[in-house]
Write a protein that binds this ligand. Structure first.
Ligand SMILES: *Cc1c(COP(=O)(O)O)cnc(C)c1O
Length: 412
């Protein structure tokens, strides 16, 4: 029977439980019965083809906004040169309906709400998750309440409210403190509050692994680099690969690369120091707004897995994040700063000899840059103010400048 299991001490809980964590604070994961016998079926949607791997009884394409089907493409020469990695790939999750991978978990959150006959659902979010579940709730006719920290950019807040979600901005010492306070209210109001490390969301993130498995025609990458905060995404991708392995469909597991901003690296720092528990961060600032869990509940699981499965971990400085965002943008990928962290993380791991030049590495670009324009303040952009009189002169200047640059490139 389907159930929830705590990820380190293996305690069991009912599948329907409203609580996202075990009594001792560990993250929970869904146990799917008979995974060894699971097969890939025919079907139009990913969740139809992989339904043997999913715990849900309710599936309805009317709840979908067309999430997934995101490109997995070669990173290209420029990014290969920057990182020194020859077999580098991009999984562009920014191309989901609301601009981040969160849509995959929102779909399964809605499946669960429908199956449990819940009329509303709630979340605590720095932005992307709130935006995503607001859109999916609107699509499925489920009321959404989003609890937000004060510092959320206006673009992200409005993108939730516009779908009809109820927004509650909460003043708190920091994000983790606020999240803890909100989660305490779960049982009092009998309200399923789905946060980033929720086991039901993780079932949606699993589908990203299944999709890459199909896109790579059964091959498994050596490394998958994922910007990590609440930890739902990274463990979802890995759970997908683990289940493919258990079902006998693959012969190896990828190694995950846990990536965090140096200013807030509770997991990466613990892994590097060889600790078993996360090191909580407080009163930090990072431009990587989507990865600001300073004290992620259930985060110890990631440290545990890193040890058992040989995962890597790397942190990146603020200036590296800004530089990476620029380099990615100049390569055609407009992502938010949090997503850009992965570029310098794998570069540093390669420079340190931990990742070999020929190994196959996937960078997961988690979210679109369109929701965080203020991150672009320090960018040098070519913008000309012209008018119908001046345009001739301006264009003359622009063409000369481009030709000069071309000449320079050729000489180099
Ligand atoms: C949510 C989010 C993350 C972090 O994912 P977790 O599942 O919380 O670890 C990273 N990048 C972006 C763009 C996000 O929205």
């Amino acid at each position: 029977m389907r159930k929830l299991i705590s990820t380190i001490s293996k305690k069991e809980y009912p599948f329907e439980s409203l609580n996202e964590f075990s009594d001792n604070g560990e993250s929970l994961e869904v146990y799917v019965p008979k995974i060894e016998e699971a097969k890939i079926r025919d079907g139009k949607y990913l969740w139809e083809r992989f339904r043997d791997f999913l715990p849900f009884q309710f599936f309805d394409s009317n709840c979908s906004l067309g999430e997934g089907n995101t490109p997995l493409i070669p990173a290209g020469r420029k990014l290969q040169e920057v990182t020194g990695l020859k077999n580098l790939w991009i999984k562009n999750e920014a191309q989901n309906p609301t601009g981040s991978f969160k849509d995959r978990g929102s779909l399964t959150t809605i499946f669960m709400a429908k199956e449990m006959r819940e009329r509303f659902t709630a979340t605590v979010s720095t932005g992307n998750m709130g935006h995503s579940i607001s859109a999916y709730g609107a699509r499925a006719g489920i009321k959404v309440i989003v609890f937000l920290p004060e510092f959320v950019p206006q673009e992200k807040l409005l993108s939730m409210a516009v779908h009809g979600a109820i927004i509650v901005k909460v003043k708190a010492e920091d994000y983790s403190a606020m999240k803890k306070r909100v989660l305490e209210l779960t049982n009092k109001y009998n309200l399923r509050i789905v946060t980033g490390n929720n086991p039901i969301r993780v079932e949606g993130y699993k589908l990203e692994a299944f999709e890459m498995f199909e896109q790579m025609e059964g091959n498994v990458p050596d490394y998958i680099a994922v910007p990590t905060s609440a930890c739902g995404h990274i463990r979802g991708i890995f759970k997908g690969y683990r289940e493919l392995f258990q079902a006998g469909l693959t012969k190896k597991l990828p190694k995950m690369v846990v990536v965090q901003a140096k200013n807030n690296s509770p997991i990466v720092k613990a892994i590097k120091m060889g600790y078993d528990h996360i090191i909580p961060f407080k009163n930090f600032h990072t431009i990587a707004e989507a990865i600001t869990s300073g004290d992620p509940p259930g985060g110890d699981e990631i440290i545990h897995k890193a040890k058992n499965f040989g995962w890597l971990a790397e942190d990146v400085e603020e200036k590296e994040i800004v530089e990476a965002q620029k380099i990615l943008a100049k390569s055609g990928f407009f992502v938010e700063p949090s997503s850009a962290t992965v570029l310098h993380a794998v570069k540093k791991l390669r420079d340190a000899g931990k990742i070999k030049d020929e190994e196959m590495v996937v960078l997961v670009l988690t979210g679109s840059g369109l929701k965080q324009f203020e991150a672009l303040k320090g960018f040098k952009l070519d913008i000309f103010e012209s008018d119908t009189e001046k345009i001739d002169k301006d264009l003359n200047y622009i063409m000369e400048k481009i030709n000069d640059e071309k000449g320079k490139n050729r000489k180099e």
